[in-house]
Design a protein around this ligand. Structure first.
Ligand code: PRX
Length: 658
C-alpha cells in the first residue's frame, strides 16, 4: 500500500478535535475506556445485558479450548426478537425501521411494527417449507426490504443464512450453496442496476443445474423483470414469495436459542482458490455489533437517520445495515442501485430526501466522487449529516479531508473503522465525541478490544514502528470457525502466533504501524488477498479460475495500486502451446477477462490481462508476485537475483511499457 504511508509525514500533525457540541451530547464518553480497562469481561457482560435474554447468561467467556471461543454460552436469546419485537413492546412500533429507495425512484417505508409483522410471516413460511433450526438458507437478493426480512426470518427460527452478494456468478452460488448444504434459496427475478434489470433467478437456476442437490425449494421475490423475456420456472421447486406469504399468518412467537447458535455463514476470499465460510453465532456477535453501532456512530435512535451504503452481501451489510442498527432501534436507509443512476448525485439526493444524519461509506466511493467534482454534492442539501464513517480499506488523507469538508461541511466528525468479515464488528476506530482524529489513521482499539502491532514472532512493537496487526484477546463478535473446516480456521488465523505468551494471538493479515502517539495506521494486506473497492478478492481464486479456461496453462494475479479502487486486479497468463493461436488473436485478453467475470463475478474481472511467455519464478518454483506487482505499478523492478531466469522480468516489463 502506498496511500497512507506517503502522507504520514505531511499530515500526521493535523488533528481534528471533536466539535464541542457533539462531544457534549455524545453517546460514548472517555469513561468507556476506563470501564473496559478495569474489568474487560465485566464490561462485555454489561454490553450483552443491553440485549434481551430469554435466559440470562451466567458465564461470560469460555476460552479453555482456544481458538474455539464461547461467549455467554449458557444464555439464550432470539436475535430477531432483539431487532424487532422488543422495540415494538417498548412502544416504538411506529418508528421507521427501513426507508427503502429503489433505483427507479420507487420507495417504501416500514415501521418497526410493520417489519416485525413481515418477519413473523416470513418465519412462518420458512417453517411451512420445512426449514428448521440448524438448517442453512442461501439468500441471493438485491438491496430491497425482502433481503432484510429474509435474513431476520431465518434468524428468528434459529436457522443460519448464507447471503451471497448479487454480483456473484452462478458458479459462485453453486460453490457456496454446496459448501453450506443449503436447503432453501431465496432470490428475486432481478434487481435494478444502472437503469436496467440485472437478472438474479437465472443465475440461481444455472447454479442448481450444475449442483446444489440439497436445495429443495427456491423462493422468488418479484422485483424487476423485463416482460419481453420469459422467466424460467421449475415446477415443484420454484415458488413466488408473495404467493406463499399470502398463505401464512403473521403470528409467530420468537423462541430462544443458545447464544452460540449459528447465525450466519458469510463466504470471503482467502489465500487459496476456495472461499472460506466464515461462521458467526448469535449472542456475542449481536452484543458487539449493537455496542459498536451505538458508540462508534453515536446513535440517537429517536432522531437519527442512518445510512450505510454497503450491500447485505458483505459483512458491513450484515453488521451495520441489519443487525447492529436494528438491535439499536435505528431508522435505516437502504438503497438498491448505483450511486450515479440516473444522475451522478443520486447519493446526495437520497441524503437530502431522508435527512440522513449518519453516513457510512467506503473510501473508493469517496475517491470516485472526488474525481467527479464537488459541484455535484453541492447541488443537494447535506446539512442533516452530523457523522461520517469510512470502512473497507485505508482512507488516504486527501479523501478524508474532502469527505470532511465537502460532505461533512467541516462539522461532522469522521470515524475510520477497521475490522473484517472475521471480526464480525468494528475493532479499531475513533469514538467520535472523544477522539482527536488524524486523517488516514483508524486511531485506537475500541474499549473492550485488545489489538497490538507485533513483529513476525508476535513480540509487541513499541510506538513509532510498523509490523503486523494482531488481536491479543478474544472478542465477542469473533468468528467461531470456518464452516466445515476447523483445520483451516486454526491454520489461517491462529497458527502464526500460536506459541506467544498469552497466545494464541489472532493474525489479521494486515500490516500496521503505530505512530509516536500509539495511533494505528493500517498499511494493507500482507498476504495474497487483494482489496478492490473495499471488496476482498483472492489472487489464488482468480488464478485457479483462469487456469480453468481451456487456453490457459499458467496464471499469476496481483493487486496493483489504483487511484480510485485502491487496488485493481492485474493478471499474467501463459497460454497452452496448442491454443497459442486463439490466445494470440485480437480480443483474446477480453475473452479471458470475461471468463473471470462469469465464473466469479464482475468485481473480479481483471483490469488488465497480459499474455506472456513465462512467469518470474524462484528456483523453488514459486511465482514472484512482488516483481509482477512492481511491473504492473510501473516501478523499477526489485531484486531479481533469486529468479531462475532474470530475463523473464525484463521481457514482461517491456511488454507492459508498450
Ligand atoms: O485489509 C483490511 C481492510 O479490509 C480487510 C477486511 O475485508 P473484509 O473482510 O471484506 O471486510 C471489509 C469490511 C469490514 C481488512 O483485513 N480494511 C477494512 N477496514 C479498513 C481496512 N483497511 C484499512 N482501514 C480500514 N478502516
Amino acid at each position: 500500500m502506498t496511500g497512507p504511508i506517503e502522507h504520514l509525514e505531511t499530515l500526521a500533525g493535523k488533528v481534528f478535535l471533536p466539535p464541542e457540541e457533539f462531544a457534549a451530547n455524545a453517546v460514548a464518553t472517555a469513561a468507556l475506556y476506563d470501564e473496559a480497562r478495569a474489568d474487560r469481561l465485566g464490561f462485555w457482560a454489561d454490553q450483552a445485558r443491553s440485549l434481551h435474554w430469554h435466559k440470562p447468561f451466567t458465564e461470560v467467556l469460555d476460552w479453555d479450548n482456544p481458538p474455539f471461543a464461547r461467549w455467554f454460552a449458557d444464555g439464550e436469546l432470539n436475535v430477531a426478537y432483539n431487532c424487532l419485537d422488543r422495540h415494538v413492546l417498548a412502544g416504538n412500533g411506529d418508528r421507521v425501521a427501513l426507508y427503502f429507495e429503489g433505483e427507479p425512484g420507487d420507495s417504501r417505508t416500514l415501521t418497526y411494527a410493520q417489519l416485525t409483522s413481515e418477519v413473523k410471516r416470513a418465519a412462518n413460511l420458512l417453517l411451512a417449507l420445512g426449514v428448521q433450526a440448524g438448517d442453512r438458507v442461501a439468500i441471493y437478493l438485491p438491496m430491497i426490504p425482502e433481503a432484510v426480512i429474509a435474513m431476520l426470518a431465518v434468524a428468528r427460527i434459529g436457522a443460519a443464512h448464507s447471503v451471497i452478494f448479487g454480483g456473484f456468478s452462478a458458479e459462485s452460488i453453486r460453490a457456496r450453496v454446496e459448501d453450506a448444504e443449503a436447503k432453501l434459496v431465496i432470490t428475486a427475478d432481478g434487481g435494478w442496476r444502472r437503469g436496467k434489470v440485472s437478472p438474479l433467478k437465472p443465475a440461481v437456476d444455472a447454479a442448481l443445474e450444475a449442483g446444489g442437490a440439497t436445495v429443495e425449494k427456491v423462493l422468488v421475490v418479484q422485483r424487476a423483470w423485463d416482460d419481453s423475456q420469459e422467466l424460467a420456472w421449475t415446477e415443484g421447486r420454484d415458488l413466488w414469495w408473495h404467493e406463499e406469504l399470502a398463505q401464512v399468518d403473521d403470528d409467530h412467537e420468537a423462541k430462544p436459542f443458545e447464544a452460540e447458535n449459528p447465525l450466519f455463514i458469510l463466504y470471503t476470499s482467502g489465500t487459496t482458490g476456495n472461499p472460506k465460510g466464515i461462521l458467526h453465532t448469535s449472542g456475542g456477535y449481536l452484543t458487539q455489533v449493537a455496542y459498536t453501532h451505538k458508540n462508534v456512530f453515536d446513535l440517537h435512535p429517536e432522531t437519527d437517520v442512518y445510512w450505510s451504503t454497503a450491500d447485505v452481501g458483505w459483512i458491513t451489510g450484515h453488521s451495520y445495515v441489519v443487525y447492529g442498527p436494528l438491535a439499536n432501534g435505528a431508522s435505516v436507509v437502504i438503497y438498491e442501485g448505483t450511486p450515479d443512476t440516473p444522475r451522478p448525485g443520486r447519493w446526495w439526493e437520497i441524503i437530502e430526501k431522508y435527512k440522513v444524519s449518519i453516513l457510512y461509506a467506503a473510501p473508493t466511493a469517496i475517491r470516485s466522487f472526488m474525481k467527479a467534482g464537488r459541484e455535484i454534492p453541492a447541488r443537494s442539501d447535506l446539512s442533516s449529516l452530523r457523522l461520517l464513517g469510512s470502512v473497507g480499506e485505508p482512507i488516504n488523507p486527501e479523501a478524508w479531508l474532502w469527505y470532511h469538508e465537502v460532505i461533512g461541511g467541516n462539522r461532522a466528525p469522521i470515524v475510520d473503522t477497521w475490522w473484517q468479515t472475521e471480526t464480525g464488528g468494528i475493532m479499531i476506530s475513533p469514538l467520535p465525541g472523544v477522539t482527536a482524529t488524524k486523517p488516514g489513521s483508524a486511531q485506537t482499539p475500541l474499549p473492550g478490544i485488545s489489538v497490538e502491532v507485533v513483529d513476525d514472532k508476535g513480540n509487541i512493537l513499541p510506538n513509532d514502528s510498523a509490523g503486523l496487526l494482531a488481536v491479543t484477546e478474544p472478542w465477542p463478535g469473533m468468528l467461531r470457525g470456518i464452516w466445515g473446516d476447523p483445520e483451516r480456521f486454526i491454520d489461517t488465523y491462529w497458527s502464526k502466533f500460536a506459541d506467544v505468551p498469552g497466545g494464541p494471538l489472532y493474525f489479521a493479515g494486515d500490516g500496521a504501524r503505530r505512530d509516536e502517539d500509539g495511533d494505528v495506521w493500517l498499511l494493507g494486506r500482507v498476504d495474497d488477498v487483494m482489496n478492490v473497492s473495499g471488496h476482498r478478492l483472492s489472487t489464488a481464486e482468480i488464478e485457479s479460475c483462469l487456469v480453468g479456461h481451456p487456453w490457459v496453462a499458467e496464471a499469476a494475479v496481483v493487486g496493483a495500486h489504483d487511484d480510485t479502487t485502491g487496488q485493481a486486479v492485474v493478471a499474467f497468463v501463459i497460454a497452452k502451446a496448442r491454443h497459442a493461436g486463439e490466445a494470440g488473436a485480437d480480443g483474446a485478453t477480453n475473452t479471458l477477462r470475461a471468463h473471470v467475470a462469469t465464473q466469479i463475478g464482475a468485481i473480479a474481472r481483471p483490469r488488465e490481462l497480459f499474455i506472456v511467455n513465462e512467469l518470474p519464478k524462484t528456483r523453488s518454483g514459486k511465482i514472484m508476485r512482488r516483481l509482477l506487482r512492481d511491473a504492473a505499478e510501473g516501478r523499477t523492478l526489485g531484486d531479481t537475483t533469486t529468479l531462475t531466469d532474470a530475463s523473464v522480468m525484463k521481457a514482461i516489463a517491456d511488454r507492459l511499457r508498450h
